[in-house]
Design a protein around this ligand. Structure first.
Ligand code: ATP
Ligand code: MG
Length: 323
């Protein structure tokens, strides 16, 4: 099934490609490409979606590095010797490269009138590139606050939030928006697909926002749509899809621009058990295949099985749980 796209280009097919010149084995630092929403910029879909929820949270690529996590290594083909070699490689990489996501003595205090609410208190966390980290915790324990800090949507009261070595709090608002668009993908509890756009158009939006919706980008979007089992629903509007299907589209959208980091806030919170499982398997499989770092917030302990790292948000701290 081919993806119908607007504009002069014809439908395209292709694998979930990594962009040329950005092999994941070596970092590719350098200035980000020109923003699509500065002069020269916004594409039609972006314009149509402007003002819609979270449009500015959608991002694009440029990360590298294929750290393979515990679970993927466990599943990888090959005998125990091959696995041992891979484990050594991972340990070596951990020693040689800085963590991909790091919180250094991060505190977040909300002030309301005269009262203060300490949500996070001197939190230290380091997550390696390619790891899937799950954050559990009671309602109000600061899980979403943590994701907002990682996304640069909110700023810490004290401490440093580093994403790929960049101190997010030191960036201006505009730079933080661009960082999100290019390097972060989001999955939300309520999917947040844009109702006025078709499934295919929703999927292309992160690419449009960063001027990546060329033939290569569309091929990647189409490949992802196939991977999430919805290749024949590209022309449907989101309200014609079930909750699980919408969340599968949301996962494809979170990954379409090849972000370095995916932040997922209760991605299965609105799904029945079967849909939740298929959505999680999909996110897990795709993130590992693409080497994407994932930080996922959930109330569900079922998710723990697929995580490399598990943290419990409690009393302002993030306490790592034994695996
Ligand atoms: N902008 C804000 N101003 C004041 N307090 C806030 C603000 N945002 C969050 N809080 C408070 O910070 C605490 C943590 O909120 P947060 O949304 O991070 O919790 P959570 O762990 O995600 O909860 P849930 O599981 O219910 O989503 C809550 O007590 C909340 O009321
Ligand atoms: Mg929350």
């Amino acid at each position: 099934m081919h993806l119908r796209v607007r504009g002069p280009d014809r439908a395209v097919r292709g694998p979930i490609g990594v962009r040329e010149g950005t092999g994941r084995s070596a970092p590719a630092p350098g200035p980000p490409p020109a923003s699509p929403d500065v002069p020269g910029g916004p594409a039609p879909l972006a314009s149509r979606a402007r003002g819609q929820v979270h449009a500015d949270l959608l991002t694009a690529p440029e990360h590298t590095g294929a750290f393979r996590s515990r679970s993927s290594r466990a599943r990888a083909p090959g005998g125990s010797a091959a696995r041992a070699v891979r484990d050594l490689a991972v340990q070596w990489r951990r020693l040689m490269s800085p963590p991909f996501v790091e919180l250094r003595r991060v505190s977040k205090v909300y002030r309301e009138g005269d009262s203060e609410r300490v949500v996070l208190h001197e939190v230290d966390v380091a997550i390696e590139r390619g790891e899937i980290a799950v954050v559990l915790g009671r309602s109000g324990s600061g899980k979403s606050t943590l994701l907002n800090l990682l996304a640069g949507i909110d700023l810490p009261t004290a401490g440093a939030v580093l994403v790929d070595g960049i101190d997010v709090a030191r960036l201006g608002e505009r730079e933080r928006t661009l960082l999100r668009r290019r390097r972060v993908g989001f999955v939300f509890q309520f999917f947040n697909l844009i109702p006025l756009l078709t499934v295919a158009e929703n999927l292309l939006l992160p690419l449009e926002l960063t001027a990546q919706a060329d033939a290569r980008g569309r091929a990647r979007a189409q490949a992802l749509l196939e991977r999430v089992g919805l290749a024949d629903r590209g022309d449907s509007f989101p309200d014609r899809l079930s909750g699980g299907e919408q969340q599968r589209v949301a996962i494809a959208r979170a990954l379409v621009h090849d972000p370095a980091l995916v932040l997922a806030d209760e991605p299965t919170g609105n799904l029945d058990a079967d849909s939740a499982r298929s959505v999680l398997d999909l996110l897990d499989g795709l993130a590992r295949e693409l080497g994407t770092t994932v930080v996922m917030v959930t109330h569900s302990r079922e998710v723990v099985g697929l995580a490399d790292r598990v943290f419990l948000a409690q009393h302002g701290r993030l306490v790592e749980q034994p695996r």
